[in-house]
Design a protein around this ligand. Structure first.
Ligand code: ADP
Length: 303
């Protein structure tokens, strides 16, 4: 299969426990339900790009456990090329232990597991995939040296390189900026990257200006129900989000990034790709869950 979108990133199994309230330290509590749900930002964005019309290949690493097989299986079921999803011996797959209370507050412990074994050498083995790609997408749930390697190779090969800087605690290494075509943070990530508060359009504009001054090509800050702000050296444009009744915004950002990448890979303009990504993300927030909430191309309607 000719892979137009290559996602290099994480696969996690989300272990979701629901209870009336969160337990205190040392406390054992009877809960109400437990589910295992395939997730991880990389895998979610790969699923979004595939459902939204792109040929997708995933580069990642799972552990040699049952979750690893299930995570690969979930991507294969979406028609995603998983030849570059390797299995690391002696490590668990990435997991997120999520506890949710009756008021939907949660606590989450993430174990990188196999994701931590995705090193530049692993990506190097699959250089052919990068060469074949139109668009390369990374997040930050894999080791930073791997992200840096992929951004640099993507730039050297002349590909469109997208970084969704999530999760992030502070500024990015400044030398990364010259290798990124589209930096796509949400409000809290934009704030962490710049040290500036970001909660509305003017503050998002200020943060994006800061990131452009550091050398980012183009910045798209996603602002939840307030839509997205595209900023480049030439100016900025606000794209309002479709108005929907949101029930669960999990994976809204992943759906946007996957949809945006899929549309670019199919030759759409960046403006069309943003509108398309937002339409897909708006549908995802009307449904519960992460991967299950991501719509298909038919649902979003052709551009
Ligand atoms: P993240 O999921 O990373 O926190 P955002 O909350 O910024 O990202 O959402 C990403 C995109 O999803 C937004 O730019 C918007 O297009 C869409 N979106 C998110 N929340 C809503 C909402 N309540 N209504 C409509 N669209 C939404």
């Amino acid at each position: 299969m000719h892979a137009k979108v290559v996602v290099v990133g994480s696969l996690n199994m989300d272990l979701v426990t629901r209870a009336e309230r969160l337990p205190r330290a040392g406390e054992t509590l009877a809960g109400e339900s437990f589910e295992t749900v395939p997730g991880g930002k990389g895998a979610n964005q790969a699923v979004a790009a595939a459902r939204l019309g792109a040929s997708v290949a995933m580069v990642g690493c799972v552990g040699d456990d049952a979750y690893g097989q299930q995570l690969r299986g979930a991507l294969l079921a979406e028609g995603i090329d998983c030849l570059a999803v390797e299995v690391a011996a002696g490590v668990s797959s990435g997991v997120a232990l999520i506890m949710v209370d009756a008021a939907s507050q949660n606590t989450i412990v993430v174990i990188a597991g196999g994701n931590g074994r995705l090193l530049p050498a692993s990506v190097q083995r699959f250089e052919a995939l990068l060469r074949d790609a139109e668009v390369i997408v990374c997040q930050m749930e894999v080791p930073p040296q791997t992200v840096e390697y992929v951004l640099g190779r993507g730039r050297a090969l002349g590909k469109t390189v997208i970084l969704n800087p999530a999760p992030v605690k502070g500024p990015l290494p400044v030398e990364w900026f010259a290798t990124i075509d589209y930096l796509i943070p949400n409000e809290s990530e934009a704030s962490a990257l710049t040290g500036l508060p970001v909660d509305d359009l003017p503050s998002a504009q200020a943060a994006a200006d800061h990131l452009i001054a550091l050398g980012a090509g183009k910045v798209i800050i996603t602002l939840g129900a307030q839509g997205a702000l595209l900023v480049s050296g030439e100016g900025s444009e606000h794209f309002p989000a479709p108005v929907v009744a949101a029930v669960d915004t999990t994976a809204a950002g992943d759906t946007f990034v996957g949809g945006f990448a899929a549309a670019l890979a199919q030759g759409r303009s960046e403006r069309e790709a943003i509108v398309f990504g937002q339409r897909a993300a708006a549908i995802s927030v009307t449904r519960p869950g992460a991967q299950p909430s991501i719509p298909s191309l038919a649902e979003v309607g052709n551009l």
